[in-house]
Design a protein around this ligand. Structure first.
Ligand code: KG4
Ligand code: ZN
Length: 338
């Protein structure tokens, strides 16, 4: 059978992305145009600004992805696009662009669930076999998934409030550290004492795989205000110790829930995806949990862990191989549970 080559398009949040991927797992190109600077002054992604930027940048990203891969539209086997979940304006821009390309070039169209894109990434990067466990932890997502096939996901649990990346970002804001909060909190934490402050481990006393991170942030806020009231301000050491305590709490919650998930679902691989997977302390904690359970720990390279077009192209190839095709009635879905 001929090689399958897919274009993948992603525009569900604040990254405009396009990539060319083959069915033997080669990423021929992966273009990601980040909108972080456009939203920086607003303290979050502004849907209207995001949608406009996607509409302006999508065709350019696709053109660049084709150019970098050294292929033309006629070389493609199909077009995959994120059809949800996400900010509806951005998803619509991506779906419309993909429909135009598919119709114009006479190519099959495959709509992809954004979360499936993240969840299937270990198969693109490491050719992992089903089944495996996936912990998806980013600024917008927090899901524990058991993956048994390209369309076969079981959601074991997730956050009942904030995503962990969001919690890192909010802590950074509380402590006047630069955004995105994850990397700046990690840098401060490296110089701090994780044992000086006792922060809660939300939901750890309850069975199941649900998590909660907003209480952690509230506890950190209370500690900060108490320190300011007592000392008239925050010292550098206070900031560092708070970051270290916070990071240790998040790492412990994720690790303990992963330990239980592996005990309940003894699969050979624990994989992670999402920006929070960049955190060294969290990674080390998960690695240890996997080793103790006799499982392999897999973290795809960061550029494929965060939002990108390659994971969408790959998930599209997997669905395409299952015989899935979409028509011009493919809908953009703001909500689309796995
Ligand atoms: O996957 P991602 O790039 O975007 C989405 O949320 O979809 O994840 C970004 C999130 C941000 O909240 C950021 O603070 C967090 O990942 N993050 C980290 C680290 N690097 C990025 N969190 C903890 N430690 C890090 N080193
Ligand atoms: Zn994502």
């Amino acid at each position: 059978m001929d090689k399958i080559i897919f274009l993948g398009i992603e525009s569900s949040c604040d990254d405009t992305a396009a990539a060319i991927v083959t069915d033997d797992g080669r990423v021929l190109s992966s273009v990601v145009s980040s909108q972080t600077d456009l939203h920086a002054d607003f303290g979050g992604v502004v849907p209207e600004i995001a949608a406009r930027a996607h509409a302006e940048r999508l065709d350019i990203a696709v053109e660049e992805a084709l150019k970098q891969a050294g292929v033309g539209l006629r070389d493609l086997s199909g077009v995959a696009v994120t059809a949800g979940p996400g900010l509806i304006g951005g998803v619509m821009a991506g779906v419309m662009s993909a429909k135009g390309i598919a119709a114009g070039a006479g190519l099959p169209l495959v709509g992809v669930n954004h979360l499936a894109g993240h969840a299937l990434t270990p198969r693109l990067t490491d050719a992992v076999d089903y089944p495996y466990l996936m912990l998806l932890v980013s600024g917008g997502h927090c899901q524990f998934l058991r993956v048994d096939g390209p369309e076969d996901f079981t959601r074991l649990g997730g956050t009942i409030d904030d995503a962990p990346g969001e919690a890192f970002d909010k802590l950074a804001k509380l402590l006047a550290l630069p955004q995105p909060g994850g990397p700046s909190v990690e840098a401060e934490a490296a110089l701090g004492d994780p044992d000086r402050f006792a922060l809660p481990r939300p939901l750890l006393d309850r069975p199941g795989f649900d998590m909660s991170f907003s209480g952690l942030k509230t506890a950190a806020l209370r500690l900060r205000d108490q320190l300011i009231a007592e000392q008239g301000g925050l010292r550098q050491a206070d900031r560092r110790d708070l970051c270290a305590a916070f990071q240790a709490a998040v790492a412990e919650v994720l690790a303990e829930k992963s330990r239980r998930a592996l005990a309940a679902h003894p699969v050979p691989v624990l994989a992670v995806a999402g920006g929070v997977a960049a955190n060294g302390t969290i990674r080390a904690a998960l690695e240890q949990v996997a080793a103790q359970a006799g499982a392999e720990f897999l973290a795809p390279p960061l550029r494929l862990c965060t939002d990108n077009g390659a994971m969408i192209a790959w998930a599209g190839i997997e669905r395409f191989r299952q015989g899935h095709r979409d028509g011009m009635d493919l809908a953009a879905r703001p909500r689309w549970p796995l």
